[in-house]
Design a protein. Structure first.
Length: 438
């Protein structure tokens, strides 16, 4: 056992030696002119390979000074002072570059990166209270500052975007700063997302979140680009998949005795979701203790996880039937992933297999790694069923039967416009429905 531990530690040590990064700075006079700007050269070793990157500084000296005086031991007091001043300036610049280098991903180091760092040295972007100015670090600050105001699922999304931005930086060879969120960034962003097969709606949504980070930065006094507010991508129209009343009836008709326990559990949750209109983060937490009776009607009271909104939702007879069957207990709680898998099986058994157009999550990688993307195509409907379908089915099936403002209360949408978009109602649909009153 001790030998195994020793071998593991040794392997880690060897790997660290291989990856060790050593960096140094020197300055060169690379001009035929009598007076010119010095060139800074960054030399470093990474993964066993040597690299050299050079850029022009703003330190101007004469050829005579650099060749004959800079490293001399002159007794001339004015020249001694000049040497001391220039060496002090070059030392400060060297330290600044090395510090930035040591706090950056070595894989993004390039001439563009070094140019930006040297430019920042001479033209520092002053942040209020030392807030980070680069996007990746600022996302960490945003998460920390808003941790008690956003959901855990939102924090997960923010971290996903952060890791994508790290990969984007490697792709374009430079750090991205808050002030860089402009049209040029949008082009780099779009090229990167297209190259990695992310959908149009993913680009639309995540650019919007990045703008949210920038607006928060602006509220802290950090400079943002004038183009930032106007950046956007068109949203791709996606078919709204839901279970109609006949399909829900087909699911209900499946006999418990013909299903496994885990499919009975998933089937009951699916029906409950279709008649309560709640997100999985809410209905999967339902317990009998949340149920109370008011004037002979049973309600369930809970706080929506996403919105923190206190809810009291009447229980539909279909839900009460399931609770009665289960001796007034809700089904067993399961993970989102298992629920998604199981309800596909349930819908397949219910013969909800009409081929329709939609998007489903597919591993598009041709290699060993996993690259999950939403891929458009024609699929049997049961393959497109996800945990969200119950909420959309509730909103769609009861639209026109229950006043819209009551439906919005149950689903938790912030406006009627958002609700109608959610169920896929266009202006033409609304116009045709109005004709029923003529």
């Amino acid at each position: 056992m001790y030998f195994d531990i020793y071998r593991t530690i040794l392997a880690i040590f060897v790997r660290q030696l291989i990856l060790i990064i050593m960096a140094s700075i020197n300055f060169l006079y690379r001009s035929t002119k009598d007076e010119a700007l010095l060139t800074l050269r960054l030399l470093y070793r990474y993964n066993g390979e040597d690299y050299v990157v050079g850029v022009r500084t703003k330190e101007k000296v004469s050829k005579t000074y650099w060749k004959k005086q800079h490293n001399s031991k002159t007794r001339d007091a004015s020249i001694q002072n000049k040497i001391a001043t220039i060496k002090k300036d070059l030392s400060k610049l060297s330290k600044y570059v090395i510090d930035k280098f040591e706090n950056s991903n070595p894989e993004i180091i390039s001439k563009n990166w070094l140019t930006r760092i040297v430019d920042l040295y001479y033209n520092p972007k002053v942040a209020k209270r030392d807030y980070p100015l680069n996007l990746v670090s600022f996302i960490d600050l945003y998460i920390d500052k808003r941790r008690n105001e956003v959901t855990k699922s939102s924090i997960v999304k923010f971290n996903v975007i952060k890791h994508k931005m790290e990969r984007l930086e490697k792709h374009i060879g430079r750090e991205v700063f808050i002030t860089d969120i402009n049209e040029e960034f949008k082009t780099d962003f779009e090229d990167f997302y297209n190259e990695h097969n992310y959908s149009q709606n993913t680009m639309h949504r995540e650019l919007g979140i990045i703008k949210t980070f920038c607006k928060y930065a602006k509220s802290l006094g950090i400079e943002t680009h004038p183009q930032m507010d106007t950046l956007k991508f068109k949203k791709e129209k996606v078919d709204k998949i839901y279970l109609n009343e006949n399909e829900i009836e087909a699911i209900k008709s499946l006999k418990d005795r013909e299903l496994t326990e885990y499919l009975i559990n998933a089937k009951d949750w699916l029906i409950i979701s279709c008649f309560t209109g709640q997100r999985i983060s809410d209905f999967m937490r339902f317990t009998s203790e949340m149920v109370r009776e008011e004037n002979g009607k049973k309600l369930i009271e809970f706080t929506q996880k996403k919105t923190s909104k206190d809810m009291a939702v009447p229980l539909h007879p279909e839900v009460l039937e399931i609770l009665e069957k289960r001796k007034w207990s809700f089904p067993r709680s399961i993970s989102d992933q298992r629920y998604n898998d199981y309800i596909k099986e349930v819908c397949k058994l219910a013969k909800i297999d009409e081929v329709i157009t939609g998007k489903k999550q597919v591993n598009i990688s041709k290699f060993d790694e996993i690259q999950i993307r939403s891929v458009s195509g024609n699929y049997p409907k049961y393959e497109l069923v996800t945990s969200h379908i119950g909420r959309r089915s509730f909103a769609t099936n009861f639209y026109g039967k229950i006043p819209t403002n009551y439906l919005i209360y149950v689903t938790g949408h912030s406006s009627e416009t958002m609700f109608l978009n959610y169920i896929g109602k266009s202006n033409k649909d609304l116009a045709m429905e109005i004709t029923n009153y003529f």
